[in-house]
Design a binder for this molecule. Structure first.
Ligand SMILES: Nc1ncnc2c1ncn2[C@@H]1O[C@H](COP(=O)(O)OP(=O)(O)OP(=O)(O)O)[C@@H](O)[C@H]1O
Length: 230
């Protein structure tokens, strides 16, 4: 079943840079997809369009049938709940505890305190951080902070999570631990789209690879390789 469909997507930034030049892609429910390519190829722009951080200049992006490209500003927050997002630099709220950072996503949709407590502890358990619920982000290692951000991204139970260089700030061993969590989440049925420069991970944990160069898809392979020298 198709979860995400991009049809003839173009993105030109206001400064004239053409970052995406006609992207057509289908991603099915439950897939694990790496997005690879040289620096400046358009990977971040591709994923940003997918969670409507950027609006395409032309084309449509359907997520479960809703066209993100046509979405009005006021409908964006509701749509974002269907998409968990994970960044290279974690983007946790520094003044909130681990628990509060994760609970925040459920508080804004006014879930009951009981549901919030249950779901937050459930996802903190999944990422192995139940014992750090009361800690603040700056008391955690980079790997732990990324685990919190993953917990936050899945607490709403979105059908897809999108990660932009999630292991970019982590040492190789920690990067693998984070990958194990993504694997687990994917095995439980969540679609994962991950832009990455991590050649070892792409070549070892083999999944679909979409390669972008100059804003175009130049390769789309099941169980693909990273394909670039770093
Ligand atoms: N907000 C912006 N305004 C103008 N140009 C931008 C903006 N964001 C990205 N670009 C340009 O668009 C092109 C694609 O950038 P993008 O960040 O999508 O590439 P990338 O493949 O993710 O690169 P990297 O691997 O270095 O993160 C580049 O030429 C970049 O300079």
């Amino acid at each position: 079943m198709t979860l995400i469909e991009m049809k003839d997507v173009w993105k030109t930034y206001p400064n004239g840079v053409m970052a995406l030049n006609g992207i057509d892609i289908y991603i099915d429910k439950g897939e694990f997809v790496y997005v690879v390519g040289p620096s400046g190829a358009g990977k971040s722009t591709f994923v940003k369009c997918m969670y409507r951080e950027e609006k395409p200049t032309k084309g449509s992006i359907l997520i479960q049938g809703t066209d993100l490209a046509k979405l009005r500003e006021r409908h964006i927050p509701k749509m974002r709940r269907k998409i968990g997002v994970i960044f290279q630099d974690f983007k946790l709220l520094p003044k909130l505890t681990v628990y509060e950072n994760v609970a925040f996503a459920l508080e804004v949709i006014e879930e009951s305190p009981k549901v919030i407590r249950q779901r937050v502890m459930e996802v903190l358990d999944l990422v192995g951080l139940k014992n750090k619920a009361r800690s603040f982000p700056d008391e955690l290692s980079g790997g732990e902070q990324q685990r919190v951000s993953i917990a936050r991204s899945i607490v709403n139970r979105p059908p897809v999570i999108i990660a932009d260089e999630p292991t970019g700030n982590l040492d190789p061993e920690t990067a693998w631990e984070i990958m194990d969590i993504f694997k687990e989440i994917n095995e439980r049925g969540t679609t994962v789209v991950m832009a990455t420069h991590n050649k070892d991970i792409v070549n070892s944990f083999k999944k679909r690879v979409i390669a972008i160069e100059g804003g175009r898809i130049v390769r789309d392979e099941q169980k693909g390789e990273y394909g670039y020298e770093i």
